[in-house]
Design a protein around this ligand. Structure first.
Ligand code: UDP
Ligand code: MG
Length: 316
């Protein structure tokens, strides 16, 4: 490793964030003044002027590395791509929208220097729309309960990792790797700290409630078999109820005689079971889909170009 190699890599996924990139670079520079650092900006197939701005930043500032992906892959794949390019001993991830202030980076780095290999963060005073917070809260709770991974705030991406850990994560890269969960699972010495969170000033969130739910479902099915086991348990419970119901009907036929009314009650019960059945098929489908995506072995991300005129050895 050359003397000029950075110690700290800040990895930022960028998807249509033209309005905040300049300020992002400025504030990261200021926060890391006096350190050996690099800023890896991964353009995740933005349709706005992000690419142009990233190129300009990389041309103008030796510590900026612009990574162009071939299309939009999603936030986590973009971060993985950033990990594969980052050279620092410590890798900090951050969102491009400045909701987590870059001024917190030194605190993350301090924990990493203390020997923690994964530094998580909790948005103590989270500034997001109410509905968004409710959905995230639900995802956080369900995930913690089903995964048993001790993490308070899965959505907060202001996090730090040791280089070893990021390499392990890239190697493990699954189709829908949820990086914080993967990292906490692999980490040997993880820690969480409180961080600031502010409202998004520029652009808009790239996550609709639906997309968020999908991410949550992805997270849960990606790390546990609990949903599928719940389905089996529900199936067993319903089967027992069904047998009980049949026994009841038989007794009734002997004692009261055959029933004719109550046909619609039966329909109602049937519909409820059909609903459960469809849910079950859906959950099984989710796992089959994941297996399919995994066996196709398509790359999780594809780097089209790395623009880093400031790097002495671009291939390192
Ligand atoms: N992002 C990305 N690809 C996507 C969606 C989002 O790289 O397909 C980036 C986005 O530019 C931002 C980060 O991921 O830097 C988090 O996105 P956003 O702020 O929209 O999510 P939220 O803060 O609402 O969770
Ligand atoms: Mg955001």
């Amino acid at each position: 490793m050359s003397a000029g190699a950075p110690e700290i890599s800040v990895v930022v996924p960028v998807f249509n964030e033209e309005a905040s990139l300049g300020e992002l670079h400025e504030r990261v520079s200021k926060a890391l003044e006096g350190e050996r650092w690099e800023l890896v900006l991964v353009n995740d197939g933005s349709a706005d002027r992000s690419e142009e701005i990233l190129r300009q930043l990389a041309e103008a500032h030796p510590e900026v590395v612009a990574v162009e992906l071939s299309r939009n892959f999603g936030q986590h794949p973009a971060v993985l791509a950033g990990f594969s390019v980052a050279r620092g001993d410590y890798v900090v991830t951050l969102d491009a929208d400045l909701q987590n202030p870059p001024e917190e980076i030194p605190r993350i780095v301090a924990e990493l220097r203390d020997g923690h290999d994964a530094v998580g963060s909790v948005r103590s005073r989270r500034q997001d729309p109410w509905l968004r917070k409710q959905v995230s809260g639900l995802v956080n709770r369900v995930t913690t309960a089903s995964l048993g991974i001790g993490m308070t705030d899965y959505g907060c991406m202001l996090r730090g990792y040791s280089r070893e850990l990021t390499h392990e994560i890239v190697e493990l890269a699954e189709r829908s790797a949820f990086i914080p969960a993967l990292a906490t699972m692999l980490a040997r010495n993880a820690v969480e700290i409180d961080v600031e969170h502010v409202e998004r000033e520029e652009g808009s969130s790239k996550y609709s409630p639906l997309r968020l739910m999908r991410l949550g479902f992805d997270l849960i099915t990606g790390f546990s078999l609990l949903p599928i086991q719940m389905v089996s348990l529900t199936g067993v419970a319903i089967a027992i109820l069904g047998v009980g119901f049949a026994a009841f009907l038989m007794l009734r036929r002997i004692i009261v005689g055959p029933e004719v009314e109550g046909v619609f009650t039966l329909f109602a019960i049937l519909f409820a079971f059909i609903g459960v059945l469809m849910l079950a098929v859906g959950i099984v489908g989710e796992y089959v889909g994941r297996i399919y995506a995994e066996v196709r072995r398509r790359p999780v991300y594809r780097i089209r170009e790395v623009v880093a005129p400031g790097r002495d050895d671009p291939d390192a």
